[in-house]
Ligand binder design. Sequence first.
Ligand SMILES: Cc1cc2nc3c(=O)[nH]c(=O)nc-3n(C[C@H](O)[C@H](O)[C@H](O)COP(=O)(O)OP(=O)(O)OC[C@H]3O[C@@H](n4cnc5c(N)ncnc54)[C@H](O)[C@@H]3O)c2cc1C
Length: 388
Amino acid sequence: MSFDFSLSPRVEDWRDRIRQFIDDTVIPREQSAFTDGIDDDLRRTLQKAARDADIWAPQAASELGGGGFRFDEAAVLLEEAGRSLFGPLALNCAAPDEGNIHLLTVVGTEGQKEKYLRPLVAGDIRSSFAMTEPPPGAGSDPSALRTIARRVDGGWAISGDKHLITGADGAAVVIVMARDADSGKATMLLVDADNPGYRVTGHARTIDATMVGGHCQIRFDDAFVTTDAVLGEPGEGFRYAQVRLAPARLTHCMRWLGAARRAHEIAVRRCVERELFGHRLTEHGMAQQMIADNEIDLAAARSLLWHTSWLLSEGDKGTEASSRAKVFISEAVGRIVDRAVQLCGGMGTSDDLVVGRIYADIRAFRIYDGASEVHRMSIAKRVARRYE
Ligand SMILES: Cc1cc2nc3c(=O)[nH]c(=O)nc-3n(C[C@H](O)[C@H](O)[C@H](O)COP(=O)(O)OP(=O)(O)OC[C@H]3O[C@@H](n4cnc5c(N)ncnc54)[C@H](O)[C@@H]3O)c2cc1C
């Protein structure tokens, strides 16, 4: 048995070039994007630059035009991309497309791969993933699913409301989780944005501000889709959700770790320069504690992430491991960015210093892809079963 944390020359090469690209090409555009908002024009501009820099979609299969990296290698590269809130979008490894690319790769039919996966990996289209519903529908408890798919002549008719659906506005396709009206089982279906029975009905005004298309309310009103719109097999929706969610929550960890590292870097640079009460801030004990705690949280989060990503690369489903990692890392990155804000003083709360923007954007990560409480509940249940 050997523990080997060394990186291959190819991973090191991509990591260094991604770092350079984020510093030289993405970070200089951040302030105008914070002011003007992020749209598909900016997405296309950044994505063309990333493609030209040959750092395109590190996590996607190489036969589709991606980097073809293993999942544990992607952990290094997506952290690097995450140093800017727009980095993952530029490299086409941002949520929700990155998770949908993975799902379609694993369970999509050949036809679905041709129609949706190829253009998604190429960055020609965007997608969204629609699971959450307004109360009393599916949220933390997916079994409350209320959106219905009825079998009709030649296909299915979908009805129901979803909310908080990231990127739905402007997405070409939405992967919707619905309940088969006959069997009661959850089924995933692909619905094109121009389907006459489908529409985006509004946007939630959330505290984050850097996702293209925002977080949308959407409605299916007897939306008819043909039989081949079922993703994989009917009735397998919850199983496919697991296929998507374990890796997707880890790729979120990767990107947010990069964002937290950036906030910490900004804070430390400021502390080195800032003189207060006759000393630099880095010489004050209470500031030192925050700086040290950030380093400890960063290192612990990265170690857990690398180990869990390695498990997935080795074929483990990683259900419990990814829950553990998601809880620890989502809370650790929150602590890191919160300390960074504190160390930066008043300007730490602003977009100008970027730390404030990261602080607002990172908060929801403790809620989506399973709230901390839900993961803790499922970890505790599994542990209890082992002792029964
Ligand atoms: C920025 C953002 C982007 C999102 N993007 C998407 C998307 O693209 N697609 C999508 O389908 N959904 C998306 N969501 C929705 C997200 O998945 C849900 O918000 C999440 O699953 C929680 O569901 P809920 O909001 O209905 O909260 P509820 O289910 O009402 O839960 C509320 C709170 O209850 C607590 N809780 C839950 N279970 C327990 C328990 N067992 N014990 C103790 N406390 C508990 C938790 O603290 C939880 O936050 C997004 C959300 C946000 C904030």
